[in-house]
Design a protein around this ligand. Structure first.
Ligand code: SAH
Length: 223
């Protein structure tokens, strides 16, 4: 037993609302659906128990297996870039703890989420089920291949960095569709968050801002 006073549910709710006001709204996140989702999803239930008190801090946190749950602002900002509507079908690569998955599932009709680490996949699947996210399907696979049988997707979100945009993901993106993903720069250890849009058969790329994600494993790293 620890001597620290336990945080109760009300403390977590007030921390979550504060997170939205201080970290998201002040930095320009404005989509009401995204803000509502970030006010709803209990982020503290997605991190290891020992880190629950820090779950709403302005930072990424370790979730085991050398992986991290992204900073709240990055989750909100990537979600906002996808311009989801209630009928959207979304593909997520890198389920991790399932937090971003839950945020997407609050807004979209359906979320397909792919994870390459078996234990993370298993734990996230259990967690999302216990929180009653019925519009989520999770699969254990290398996300470089997307998930063909459910394609096309209105939106794709990749939570790990590749040196190139996996061509299979561009193929599985609907026209019109939007994809956000971090891409590494060959000449430096910088990563850029990229927005890919497909419209009228044309694929365009736009650099958004510098980020730091874990590497996308599998194909591109030669594993
Ligand atoms: N959105 C997640 C972020 C997890 S970090 C969260 O909020 O928890 C990135 C995740 O991508 C890790 O769980 C990592 O195991 C996974 N990953 C890395 N390479 C992958 C690949 N090729 N296919 C699927 N998942 C991958």
């Amino acid at each position: 037993m620890s001597n620290l006073p336990a945080m109760n549910a009300v403390d977590f709710v007030s921390k979550r609302l504060q997170m939205v006001d201080q970290q998201l709204i002040t930095r320009g996140i404005a989509d009401p659906e995204v803000l509502a989702a970030m006010r709803t999803v209990p982020r503290h239930l997605f991190v290891p128990e020992s880190l629950q008190a820090e779950a709403y801090a302005d930072t990424p946190l370790p979730i085991g297996h050398g992986q991290t749950i992204s900073q709240p602002y990055v989750v909100a900002s990537m979600t906002e870039q996808l311009r989801l509507i209630h009928s959207s079908k979304v593909l997520e690569i890198g389920t991790g703890c399932g937090y971003q998955t839950a945020v997407l599932a609050e807004i979209a009709a359906e979320v397909i989420s792919i994870e390459i680490v078996a234990e993370l996949h298993r734990e996230a699947t259990k967690r999302l089920q216990s929180l009653a996210y019925r519009n989520v399907k999770t699969f254990l696979n290398d996300g470089n291949f997307g998930w063909e049988s459910e394609a096309p997707y209105d939106a794709i979100l990749v939570a790990a960095t590749a040196p190139d945009i996996p061509p299979e993901l561009i193929r599985q993106l609907r026209d019109p569709g939007r994809m956000v993903l971090p891409v590494s720069e060959r000449s430096s250890d910088l990563q850029q968050l990229m927005l890919i849009t497909k419209i009228d058969g044309e694929v365009r790329q736009e650099q958004l801002y510098a980020v730091r994600f874990v590497p996308l494993r599998g194909l591109s790293s030669g594993e």
